[in-house]
Design a protein around this ligand. Structure first.
Ligand code: PLP
Length: 499
């Protein structure tokens, strides 16, 4: 394909995408295929001679679409949202075209610098403490990770490295393996499974802190304090706590104003996972949910969930970037470049004579030290396009609309005596169930999903099987919510059939 053909095909592809998204609600939201459906639809091997572009495009409807779960259908209410907007898609096209691997400033200065500035823009939208903003005199800054799971792991690895360094500083003779085998990390029993997985990958003990329905599934300071004391008495070394703001099952919020000071006093790294809920903190009315951030060592959320920036874009800030760099720094000769020491510019440290006085500061000239992979895509372009084309006000309106839609669904549920709401509705997630057994709720969910008109997933809260209704798509309107509840069959009709 030459540039002339690319121009033509590109325009056709944009039309295809716009048609797909404009007409998406006509498609069943959930596919009707069995595992392995695709293999029989395409050849066993790649073609020896090239296929035509027309052949490939024809196969999108024949091969791909039958097996697509349409996450951007306004009838998709499962999991949490994944973002989708036209500005982000256009920016992604440009990112693909530039196709740089921005692991260092020299590898692509614009990629490194735009990311730093976009992280500051977003940090300021969230009213993060100055410590976390790279363009100030703080020692922190932000970086785009692929997913919240990666951010949790990166924070855990940095915390492990910091804990080992701190102990060795006071007891240099102690063998490192003797330290790591005693480390213990904590998270809520409501935390995402990626937190437990991070513990498995890092090879450290991860303890789950029990929560109660009566405390709205939030970790209590007293429980954390007791577990820390018990573990210390048993010779263990508490070093990491992952708080969740907006848990996956019910969108519960740990009390970080209470938990943060405990972590700080015990020199425990507090990471905050706000994968879904974090986007809402750009609205002043939801920002109090982030109070206590000043006690955190690191904080992460996914603009690729609820801030109109297509996957992948998971934003992570650290209070002290030296904690991350200390854990991950590698400097082979083939990655060195003339400007790498300008990293010092936002960390004026009189002990490091190489500090440059660049203005504005360039804190991430070595972004490979902030993450697990070396390579990084030009993901900040998506943020730049979206932030400029929606503006803060447009993004706030978007979040507020989803919360209103969730409240509308909640009131429909509350008006029906057969149902109950299982957890406070704070943002765009409604947890509800039929009053009655788990079995009847399981059957209801199965019937709803088998109908393929809407798609929901369940969760378990205090031993109860609960249906989760998350407002997800950018195009969801009140009529879709009413339709999901009472119109065209769906939840009400399936309930009536059960009775
Ligand atoms: N943390 C929370 C609270 C989540 O809800 C999720 C996913 O929904 C994750 C982490 C995992 O996100 P990611 O896919 O970005 O790793």
């Amino acid at each position: 394909m030459d540039a002339a053909e690319f121009r033509r095909r590109g325009k056709e592809m944009v039309d295809l995408i716009a048609d797909y998204l404009e007409n998406i609600e006509q498609r069943p939201v959930y596919p009707d295929v069995e595992p392995g459906y695709l293999r029989s639809l395409i050849p066993e091997e790649a073609p020896e001679e090239p296929d035509t572009y027309e052949d490939v495009v024809k196969d999108i409807e024949r091969v791909i679409m039958p097996g697509v779960t349409h996450w951007h259908s306004p009838y998709f209410y499962a999991y949490f949202p994944t973002a989708n907007s036209f500005p982000a898609m256009l920016a992604d096209m440009l990112s693909g075209a530039i196709g740089c691997i921005g692991f260092s400033w020299a590898a692509s200065p614009a990629c490194t610098e735009l990311e730093t500035v976009m992280m500051d823009w977003l940090g300021k939208m969230l009213k993060l403490p100055e410590d976390f903003i790279a363009g100030t005199h703080g020692q922190g800054g932000g970086v785009i990770q692929g997913t919240a799971s990666e951010a949790t792991l990166v924070a855990l690895l940095a915390a492990r490295s910091r804990a080992v360094r701190m102990i060795l500083a006071s007891d240099p003779q102690r063998p490192e393996t003797g330290i790591t085998s005693k480390l213990v990390a904590y998270s809520s029993d409501q935390a995402h499974c990626s937190v437990e997985r991070a513990g498995m990958i890092a090879g450290v003990r991860m303890k789950k802190i029990p929560t109660e329905q009566s405390d709205k599934y939030a970790v209590q300071g007293e429980t954390l304090r007791r577990m820390i004391q018990e573990d210390k008495a048993a010779g263990l070394i508490p070093f990491y706590f992952c708080a969740t703001l907006g848990t996956t099952p019910s969108c519960a919020f740990d009390h970080i104003t209470e938990l943060g000071p405990i972590c700080n006093a015990e020199k425990i790294w507090m990471h905050i996972d706000a994968a879904y809920a974090g986007s809402s903190f750009i609205c002043p009315e939801f920002r109090p949910l982030l109070n206590g951030i000043e006690f955190a060592d690191s904080f992460n959320f996914n603009p690729h969930k609820w801030l109109l920036v297509n996957f992948d874009c998971s934003t992570m800030w650290v209070r002290k970037r030296s904690d991350l760099i200390g854990a991950f720094k590698m400097d082979p000769l083939y990655l060195k470049h003339d400007h790498q020491d300008s990293v010092c510019s936002t960390n004026p440290n009189p002990l490091i004579p190489l500090c440059l006085t660049l203005s504005p500061p360039l804190p991430q000239t070595t972004s490979q030290h902030w993450q697990i992979p070396l390579g990084r895509r030009f993901r900040s372009l998506k943020m730049w396009f979206v932030f400029r084309m929606y503006g803060l006000k447009g993004l706030q309106d978007y979040i507020r609309k989803h919360v209103e839609l969730a409240k509308e669904f909640e009131s429909l549920v509350r008006a029906d005596q057969r149902f109950e709401i299982s957890a406070d509705v704070v943002l765009g997630l409604v947890c509800f169930r039929l009053k009655g057994s788990n079995e009847v709720n399981e059957t209801l969910l199965k019937r709803i999903n088998n109908g393929r008109k809407i798609h929901l997933v369940p969760c378990q809260l205090s031993g109860q099987f609960v249906l989760r209704f998350a407002v997800c798509a950018r195009t969801t309107e009140s009529r879709h919510i009413r339709e999901a509840w009472g119109g065209r069959l769906i939840i009400m009709a399936e309930t009536e059939r059960l009775e």
